[in-house]
Unconditional design. Structure first.
Length: 554
């Protein structure tokens, strides 16, 4: 226990040291404390209100199907289960973020694996997030204040059990990821899969609620379904702790023992797994590094032998290795999936998703030089003309947009069956053209904003971290691209408005197809030229800005 106490003191010593050295970290910590107090007080108020409702029958005998009690039990177990799963899932996003209590930093001190993990586990229980979680769940005990002393005591204990389960699962998963995923390519793929999974989880409730399967389901059937889910979750490590107070209310000692056994087994598995990871890392720490060889010119072989071709090849090389930008190319696809799910078979509601795709494709390029980082310095030293740089980047992004939207358009034609209907094909062509035009306008605008409105981005090996400083720029500058892209489509919008006012848009909407293409191509050419001129004028300022951004990533 002396080792564990030492780790707890070390955790807070490191925290105070960081707060003394960084004003921004001190402000963030204070905001975190205020947020924690707000969450605890808000939970206490909500629990006090819910606790005032009648959860116990007048007879004092508690049947399993008693309405108010069943609702409270289902709510507590399901919400608690979802909260634990979400919290553990979010831990994936800090994988590789370089925590001060990383077990690798203690490898030189010869601490036994079990003692090391026990100290790290208990130090995690003493951090601000864990303390906030325990106090919040303890405040929820106010909802059970009329159920008796046994329920209140069990609820207070189960609050510690729930947080300890979260910390144990998080430590195990992060240890497994650190042990099994060692290459940069593997970490990049992991980050992409994690974010996509997180988006799916966030959209899953909305998709389920709007699905056809639930349209004809009665409220009673939904309630029975939720209780069935709660019953199943209460026997998992995620929901067992939240079921314990209700077992105490029913005096069901056998069920309580079973759920405590589930939690204890989970803790033992997590402890054993994390200890194995520490031992495995120690064994392979001295292994020789793998030699990696590269043959050929890569992307440079497929690009024109010119300055702009070299810029294009360098950009392709960066995009293949940068998980931060790869995510931004994959995310638009999810909007198409969401449109497909929520359209309920109406193809006319699906095709506008192509406009959203074109709108988001170049959002990374709107801050593209910041993603290049200090690698841009060599280009500045070589005195690459700004217009040549912009042409090289436009070549890649315009190609990506055309291929991306073409593939999506063909897939949607097949999925919706609109390829067999002439008018629907023309309607689909209109929205595909609008998607292309919006993408071209966005790329043209991005070539301007990336030279003027730069803001910090996370480091490539820490894509989920948040760089300090310039918070206002990080929050505001992306909206310049998002809003400005549609502003550049104003000529097409004016013509569409005139057609709508005159009442001929139903028959002459095809006029917008060539007009949108001309609109997009013109704005792309204008943005490429203007962006190049601005880059020539601001080259030294851009390099100084990138140096300051690099310091924020460490």
């Amino acid at each position: 226990m002396s080792t564990a106490a030492l780790f707890i003191r070390l955790r807070w010593a490191l925290t105070w040291s960081v707060l003394r050295k960084s004003a921004w970290q001190a402000v963030a910590f204070i905001l975190g404390v205020l947020t924690a107090i707000t969450v605890v007080l808000g939970t206490a108020l909500g629990a006090w209100f819910i606790g005032g409702l009648d959860h116990m029958p007048a007879s004092g005998v508690l049947p399993a199907d008693y309405g108010p009690f069943a609702f409270l039990r289902g709510f507590a177990v399901i919400v608690g289960t979802v909260a634990i799963i979400a919290t553990v899932f979010i831990q994936f996003m800090i994988f590789g973020d370089g925590s001060g209590m990383n077990p690798r930093k203690f490898a030189l001190y010869g601490i036994p694996d079990r003692q090391l993990h026990c100290g790290l586990l208990l130090s995690g229980m003493c951090g601000l997030p864990a303390i906030t979680g325990m106090l919040t769940l303890m405040a929820w005990t106010l909802a059970y204040r009329h159920m008796g002393a046994a329920v209140i005591i069990t609820s207070l204990i189960s609050a510690v059990f729930a947080v300890f389960t979260i910390v144990s699962l998080s430590k195990l998963l992060l240890s497994l990821l650190s042990t099994l995923i060692t290459s940069k390519r593997g970490k990049a793929m992991f980050y992409i899969v994690t974010v996509l999974g997180f988006v799916v989880l966030c959209q899953l409730p909305n998709i389920i609620v709007n699905s056809d399967a639930l349209r004809n389901v009665t409220a009673a059937q939904r309630g029975a379904g939720l209780l069935a889910v709660a019953n199943a979750a209460s026997w998992t490590p995620f929901g067992a702790a939240f079921q314990l107070p209700f077992d105490a209310a029913r005096a069901d000692l056998l069920a309580m023992v079973g759920r405590v056994a589930v939690l204890a087994l989970t803790w033992m598995v997590c402890f054993a797994g994390s200890t194995w990871c520490l031992r495995h890392e120690r064994k392979v720490a001295g292994a020789a590094s793998r030699t990696v060889t590269f043959a050929g010119l890569g992307a440079f072989r497929h690009m024109p032998d010119s300055i702009s071709g070299a810029v294009s090849a360098r950009l392709v090389t960066y995009l293949k290795r940068d998980p931060r930008q790869a995510l931004l190319f994959i995310m638009p696809l999810f909007f198409v999936v969401i449109f497909l799910v929520q359209a309920h078979g109406d193809s006319l509601a699906i095709w506008p998703s192509l406009i959203t795709v074109g709108w988001l494709l170049a959002i990374a390029e709107s801050n593209g030089i910041a993603y290049d980082g200090r690698g841009f310095t060599m280009q500045a030293i070589a005195a690459v003309p700004g217009v040549k740089d912009r042409i090289g980047r436009v070549r890649i992004y315009a190609s990506i947009a055309l291929i991306y939207l073409l593939v999506l358009g063909v897939m949607l034609l097949i999925i919706t069956g609109d390829w067999a209907h002439p008018m629907r094909r023309l309607f689909a062509l209109l929205f595909w053209t609008l998607g292309i035009a919006v993408a071209l306008c966005g790329i043209g605008l991005a070539e301007v904003t990336s030279t003027v409105f730069l803001y910090p981005v996370p480091a490539m090996d820490k894509p989920f971290s948040s760089p300090q400083g310039r918070a206002a720029a990080q929050g505001f500058f992306p909206f310049i691209y998002l809003i400005g892209t549609f502003a550049l489509m104003l000529p097409t919008g004016i013509v569409a408005l005139i057609l709508a006012i005159t009442g001929v848009i139903g028959t002459l909407f095809w006029v917008l197809i060539p007009l949108a293409l001309v609109n997009g191509a013109g704005m792309l050419a204008l943005g490429t030229w203007l962006g190049g001129k601005l880059m020539d004028a601001r080259m030294l300022s851009i390099v100084r800005t990138l140096d300051s951004f690099a310091s924020l990533q460490h």
